[in-house]
Design a protein around this ligand. Sequence first.
Ligand SMILES: [Fe+2]
Length: 244
Amino acid sequence: MYDIHAHILPGVDDGPDSMEASVEMARAAVENGTHVMLATPHRKDVTERWSVGHIVGLVDELNARVRAERLDFRLLLGMENHLDTALPAEISAGRALPMNGSRYILVEMPFFGRPEFIDSCLAQVMDLGLVPVLAHPERIEAFQRDIGLLKEFVGLGMVSQITAGSLLGRWGDEVKGFTSELLEMGLAHVIASDTHTPGEPRPPGLAAGAEAAARIVGTAKAQAMVASTPRRILEDLPVKWPQE
Ligand SMILES: [Fe+2]
């Protein structure tokens, strides 16, 4: 499986605080069936406290550590980019990274409210030739209040990434129910872990989430959400939604 949203780099954001814990997360991911993971540290933590060079170095170091342990695991680099008015300029400046250098960029909308700048900012990101991958829309108030907004963004070509834990009730029954609704409506395209910790509360696994999704949309679609679709994103190929 391919996991496109993970806070695995040590000491950068609210993810693990040591390289040992990062290696433990890689090990847990492999045990759960994930062999390629995209490190997505929060953009502002990187640019305000560290640098892009620093996280590039951490990815290299972690890959060397997992290779030494003979783990079948490869870490790629992206970022979780807060959507704010600075984002388009930060992309152009190379301080907001797309996913593994592809046309896709992981974007996190504000959790609360529905600021006016959202639509124009996303349009500017698309004008740069990028495809926004919306991080966990099921946890974003603007979408919870108006599913039509997500429908509109998906209609514009954006990708919707739900979090495995949402399907398992990690954020309560309301978020769980809304996530099911997104699946039923075809408004969820990829399942990612958004892992922060080697074990609970935010473990790296995708398997249980994929099983839960399979009960709603069937095995083929659920599998595509953790395998072919995220792989195509990381390989910079056009995404194809699972067929009916
Ligand atoms: Fe995240």
